[in-house]
Design a protein around this ligand. Structure first.
Ligand code: ATP
Ligand code: MG
Length: 321
């Protein structure tokens, strides 16, 4: 690392009021967030939300229109671009390989471009990390899309980056290949690499990311997946009984902390409650007292996908107004 090294207290990425416009079109506006060292941060949003442009901006490939940022400890300014690029790597949406060159030749070319020492060891390490050592001599044109994606990932790993930007690294991959990429990301996390990941796979973000930001030109929400669920959704209990209750109002009416209830399309009763742990035993007693056959009772689970759809749907409604 250079003498200009980072202090541990500083986040790996700090963004303040960052905006990028292309002429009349705003790619993203007034975005502020921080990513700590060692964090896996997910960046979600619909097509055209500004994810790739944010990655390109933080990766020093395009200049912001307004606002400030620091990446890997350096202010995002033209005079720092070379040093920032030394500390980070960006895996773009399409891997950008020379299809006539072999896998190893491609990596050797990029290692040379980045002026990396010990190129051959780095290439071997990167190919091993993405499980491609046996395809090193194959021309890239003979690789499937998923394998090319992995070469792109190997390329991003060559420089041992502190901060790694991955723009949809599993797009178009089959479930097994996607899982391999997930394991690779877990491995990088264990080595302390900070990862900024854009994805449309919400289950992937939920599984991999410490925190996620949901974008739609502006940053709509940010936090741990469980925090976002709590912020957007009331806590609720889902109750299934063998037969419909004769008088549900009477059964549920006396429960502590009940904020309301409704019956789902599938016949389950959904109770909004302040504290599911407190309400659950009371509901059980009330159901037994009413002579109901209880089949199941569980806190209803909202996935990150529910959070995302709720937010983006609200945006679409807002735009229609
Ligand atoms: N070089 C450019 N010139 C003009 N407009 C651009 C340019 N790059 C991006 N945009 C616009 O900026 C907006 C954000 O695009 P961006 O590629 O960042 O979205 P994204 O969130 O990555 O979408 P996707 O999920 O489809 O990859 C879009 O409206 C896009 O058309
Ligand atoms: Mg994109």
């Amino acid at each position: 690392m250079s003498g200009n090294s980072t202090t541990p207290a500083q986040p790996a990425i700090l963004v303040e009021g960052l905006t990028k416009r292309f002429g009349e079109r705003t790619a993203f506006a007034d975005v502020s967030f921080g990513v700590d060292y060692g964090e896996v941060f997910g960046f979600l949003g619909p097509n055209g939300a500004g994810k790739t442009t944010t990655v390109r901006t933080l990766g020093t490939l395009v200049a912001p229109t307004a606002g400030h940022a620091a990446v890997a400890g350096l202010p995002l300014r033209p005079e720092n671009a070379v040093e920032i690029r030394r500390r980070i790597a960006v895996m773009p949406e399409s891997p950008g390989l020379y299809l006539r060159l072999s896998v190893a030749e491609n990596l050797a070319f990029f290692a040379g471009l980045y002026e990396l020492p010990d190129a051959s060891e780095r290439i071997t390490r990167a190919l091993r990390a993405v499980n491609l050592l046996d395809r090193a001599d194959d021309p890239c044109r003979a690789l499937s899309k998923g394998l090319r994606q992995r070469v792109g990932l190997a390329r991003a790993l060559l420089s041992d980056p502190q901060v790694l930007f991955l723009d949809e690294p599993t797009s178009g991959l089959d479930p097994v290949a996607a899982r391999d990429v997930h394991e690779l990301i877990d491995g990088l996390r264990n080595r302390g690499v900070t990862i900024f990941l854009t994805t449309h796979r919400l289950a992937e973000a939920e599984r991999l990311c410490d925190r996620v930001g949901i974008m739609n030109t502006t940053l709509r929400m940010i936090g741990r997946p469980d925090e976002l669920r709590e912020q957007l959704f009331a806590k609720s209990l889902e109750i299934r009984t063998r037969d419909p209750l004769a008088d549900p109002d009477r059964v549920f009416g006396a429960l502590p902390g009940l904020e309301g209830w409704h019956r789902g399309a599938d016949g389950a009763y959904l109770l909004a409650v302040a504290d599911p742990d407190l309400a659950a035993p009371a509901v059980t007693r009330a159901l037994v007292a009413a002579g109901a056959d209880l089949l199941s009772l569980s806190p209803s689970r909202h996935s990150l996908e529910d959070v995302y759809l709720q937010l983006i749907d609200t945006d679409v409604e807002a735009q229609a107004r």
